[in-house]
Design a protein around this ligand. Structure first.
Ligand SMILES: [Zn+2]
Length: 121
């Protein structure tokens, strides 16, 4: 991948990381995204359900954070944008939409098809 693109993605990933950190802080104080996603109090389940939701979001954020860190590591070691399954280049458009991805669109599609097959067998 070209140096110019790498710089763009590094910046993008750093921004995502920053956003995620402030979201995570918002979650801890019971504010931020969750409130906007569930504005109606009747949509919220019991307090227990809310706590589970918060935990799930924080788990999701944690996973995404480590994916972002891994992606930044791949930029540093020069493997960013390379599909870990087939070794081919991941499309720039796909990376822009999902900068933490490690699979090209073909491998992702076949992986999803495989998961669906497993689910129904
Ligand atoms: Zn691939």
């Amino acid at each position: 991948m070209r140096q110019r693109n790498l710089t763009t993605f590094r910046k993008l990933l750093h921004e995502r990381r920053q956003e995620l950190m402030s979201e995570a802080l918002g979650t801890m104080h019971g504010m931020g995204e969750t409130r906007e996603q569930f504005p109606d109090p009747t949509d919220r389940a019991s307090l227990e359900g809310n706590r589970n939701l918060t935990l799930r979001i924080r788990d999701r954020e944690r996973k995404l954070l480590s994916k972002i860190d891994e992606a930044l590591g791949r930029i540093d070691d020069g493997t960013y944008g390379v599909c870990e399954e087939c070794g081919g280049q991941i499309g720039i458009e796909r990376l822009k939409a999902r900068p933490v991805t490690t699979l090209c669109i073909e491998c992702k599609s076949s992986q999803e098809a495989e998961e669906r097959r497993r689910q129904f067998s």
